[in-house]
Every structure is written in structure tokens, then in C-alpha cells.
Design a protein around this ligand. Structure first.
Ligand SMILES: Nc1ncnc2c1ncn2[C@@H]1O[C@H](COP(=O)(O)OP(=O)(O)OP(=O)(O)O)[C@@H](O)[C@H]1O
Ligand SMILES: [Mg+2]
Length: 376
């Protein structure tokens, strides 16, 4: 068992439609109810920013700041067993600052490992339906939260990739034939690629340890799994094999890379898919089935986060109960146990299971104001 982490207090200043808000969260389930457009998702977004410094939503940073203001602040007090930690993210129009216990932390990898969140939003359906980029982003964000080395390797990989692509273009335009500098970049790239593969494969294996059981509990269907798809066609991590085959692939397709000015192989091109037994969920599952598959994926992350960081993550569930039928909703609510702090948004409390409501702290959200509901 790891440390229990509880977000005790949350405060916003000039964030989205909140001028000033300060709330005390409960250690188990917290439910925010309100009509459309009142600020429910904004609350989860703020917690997400407090954890990973970026919004999960599309759009520029400046829109996080309340209209006609200059600076937004999001603050949170974390209780980790018996110690406390204060986190703060200040968002300006073109800067961002992060603080832990009032001390500025400049290195993102040092900041984002303090609070771990697992977020589910209605847009997550795009994870299954959308482009590989979205799935890679999900892997990158989740693994970065629990592994400092991963985010470092990934940042370095992306920098080298950019340089390598630029250099391929330079070689092509100037008809350069000496590949010595390119080879150095390729070797550097492969070195980082190996770690990225290693951590992604390890992560997805761990997801597979529990996703099938979770999915069966909430949907009654057996056999959900995720499969990492890569151009080298490996399933297990094997450093030597990966190093050799990536090198070979890149060498074999040198002409094509040169013409396109682009690195065509490596983890920046990979993907993963969901399968129910042998069927691709993208093709064979209903919308509701796909939604539950994503929820199962996110719930399967909880034990991984605990094991890797020794701390429990906070679960953020945006509008999770819409579009799930009553039976599955009940199964899901039974699954969301009290072992991690959970923050849920919904338009109302209709159809919510009594037992869950008894264990919940309920807040009403109205036009950028949050009020705790005293009677349930
Ligand atoms: N920078 C900003 N300044 C002021 N208000 C903003 C800003 N950005 C967003 N808003 C407002 O925030 C509100 C949207 O909040 P939010 O997305 O949290 O709603 P919600 O309660 O989740 O609604 P739904 O139930 O439809 O999902 C809108 O009214 C929008 O105008
Ligand atoms: Mg919303």
C-alpha cells in the first residue's frame, strides 16, 4: 500500500469563469452538479493543470485566464499521509510558473511528479476513434506522470528528431552525401527510442494485467486488451533486437527519408489499439462499449500509479454517467471504490446510486460559484 494522497483544498483566482473560489474537498467521492456551461469541467481542468501544468482541452493558454484579467492562479493543498504540500500554477498570457511550497520549480519533470491524476472526459472517445497522435499523447502524459526518466528521454528524443528532420532536408537541398553527422543523430535518437519503447511496453503490459477484469466487471464482456503497434513488429521489449532492427529500417529507407525530409520510423510513429478477444474495438464495439473500454483503461492505471509512485492518484471523472445505461452505471459506481479520492461532475444526481451518494460530498456549481450542499 502506498501513501494516501488527498487534495484537501482547491483555490482559483481569475481562472476561466471563476473570479475567486475556494473549496474544501472530501477524502472520498466529491460530486459537482450544475447545468451546462456553469463551470463544472473548469474545476476538473484546474486540478488537471495543477497536476500536469497543461490543460487537457484544446485551445491556447490565454483562454484559461478570466476575460479582461492578466493572471490566473490555481492552488491546491495536498495531504500525503501526515505531510502537506502546497502546489500552485500561475498562468499569464505568455508565461507559466509552477510552485511547490511557495518555491518556484522550473523543471517540468520535477513538478509534474508531485500530484498524479487520472482524468476521464467525454472527449476520450477520440482516444479509440481518433488519430494515433491522440493515443501517443495519452501514453506520453500518463507515463510522464509516473516516470521522470521517461519525460526526459521523450523531450530529448523530440529535440533530436527535429534536428534530424531539419538535417535531412538540408542534405537533400544541398545534395550532401556525407552521412557522418546524420549517423550521429540517428544513434542518439535510437538510444532514446529504446527507453521510450521500454517504458511504453512495460506500461501497456501492466494495463493488460487488470483491464480485462475491470472491463468484465463493468460491462460483462470478457477479453479486453491493448496491443502496442509498431513498425518493428515486436511485442516484448528486447533491447538488442530493437536497436538492431530500428537501425536497419532507418538505413534501408534512407532514400525515402531524404526525399521526405522526415524520420519515418521510431516511437513517434507508433500506436496502440483495443481488442475485445480478437475484434478491434474501434470497428466492432458500440459507442457505449468504446466509452467503457476507455474507462477500464483509466481504472487500470490506478494500481500502476500506486505501484510506480507509492502514492495514490486522484480520479477525475467528467460527465461519466451520460450515455451509459442504468445497469452499467450501477456496475461502474460499485467499482469506483473508496480507495482513491474521486471527483465527479454531473448535471444532476438522478440515477445515482444511494450508497455512493452517502459517501459523497456534494457541491453545486452555478455561474462560476461553488457551494457545498448541506442536505443530500
Ligand atoms: N477565459 C474565460 N473567462 C470567462 N469565462 C470563461 C472563460 N473560459 C470559459 N469560460 C466560461 O466557462 C463556462 C464553461 O464552463 P465549463 O466548461 O466548466 O461548463 P460545464 O459546467 O462543464 O458545462 P457542461 O455541462 O456543458 O459540460 C462557459 O460559460 C464559458 O463561457
Ligand atoms: Mg463540462
Amino acid at each position: 500500500m502506498g501513501k494516501d494522497v488527498i487534495l484537501k483544498k482547491l483555490e482559483f483566482i481569475h481562472f476561466r469563469n471563476y473570479k475567486k473560489a475556494k473549496i474544501q474537498l472530501g477524502k472520498d467521492i466529491n460530486i459537482f452538479i450544475g447545468n451546462n456551461g456553469q463551470g463544472k469541467t473548469n474545476i476538473l481542468e484546474a486540478i488537471y493543470i495543477l497536476a500536469v501544468t497543461k490543460s487537457h482541452r484544446f485551445g491556447e493558454q490565454v483562454y484559461l485566464i478570466q476575460k479582461d484579467e492578466e493572471l490566473a492562479k490555481v492552488k491546491g493543498s495536498l495531504q500525503k499521509d501526515h505531510t502537506y504540500q502546497e502546489l500552485e500554477v500561475d498562468i499569464g498570457k505568455n508565461f507559466k510558473k509552477t510552485y511547490v511550497n511557495q518555491t518556484e520549480i522550473r523543471k517540468i519533470s520535477d513538478y509534474i511528479t508531485n500530484l498524479n491524476v487520472i482524468l476521464f472526459t467525454p472527449d476520450d472517445l477520440d482516444i479509440i476513434k481518433g488519430s494515433p497522435q491522440g493515443r501517443r499523447n495519452l501514453l506520453n502524459i500518463e507515463i510522464s506522470q509516473i516516470n521522470k526518466h521517461y519525460i526526459q528521454c521523450l523531450n530529448e528524443y523530440n529535440k533530436i528528431l527535429k534536428t534530424r528532420n531539419e538535417y535531412l532536408k538540408t542534405m537533400y537541398i544541398n545534395h550532401l552525401s556525407d552521412t557522418r553527422y546524420l549517423d550521429i543523430l540517428t544513434d542518439k535518437l535510437i538510444k532514446r527510442a529504446i527507453y521510450i519503447y521500454k517504458y511504453r511496453i512495460e506500461f501497456l503490459h501492466k494495463i493488460n494485467d487488470s483491464i480485462s477484469d475491470i472491463y468484465e466487471k463493468i460491462s460483462n464482456y470478457k477479453g479486453l486488451k491493448v496491443v502496442y503497434e509498431n513498425s518493428l513488429d515486436f511485442f516484448e521489449f528486447d533491447e538488442e533486437f530493437i536497436e538492431k532492427s530500428l537501425k536497419e529500417k532507418i538505413q534501408r529507407h534512407f532514400e525515402r527519408e531524404l526525399q521526405q525530409g522526415n524520420t519515418l520510423y521510431g516511437p513517434h510513429r507508433d500506436d496502440f489499439s483495443f481488442y475485445l478477444e480478437e475484434d478491434d474495438v474501434k470497428i466492432f464495439s458500440s459507442q457505449g462499449g468504446q466509452r467503457l473500454a476507455i474507462i477500464a483503461f483509466k481504472l487500470a492505471e490506478i494500481p500502476i500509479f500506486k505501484e510506480k509512485t507509492g502514492e495514490s492518484p486522484i480520479l477525475l471523472l467528467d460527465d461519466i454517467f451520460s450515455e451509459i445505461d442504468a445497469k452499467k452505471r450501477n456496475r461502474l459506481m460499485n467499482y469506483i471504490k473508496n480507495d482513491v479520492q474521486t471527483i465527479i461532475t454531473a448535471t444532476d444526481l438522478k440515477n445515482m446510486n444511494k450508497k455512493m451518494l452517502e459517501n459523497s460530498k456534494i457541491f453545486e456549481v452555478f455561474s462560476g460559484n461553488i457551494r457545498e450542499r448541506m442536505s443530500k
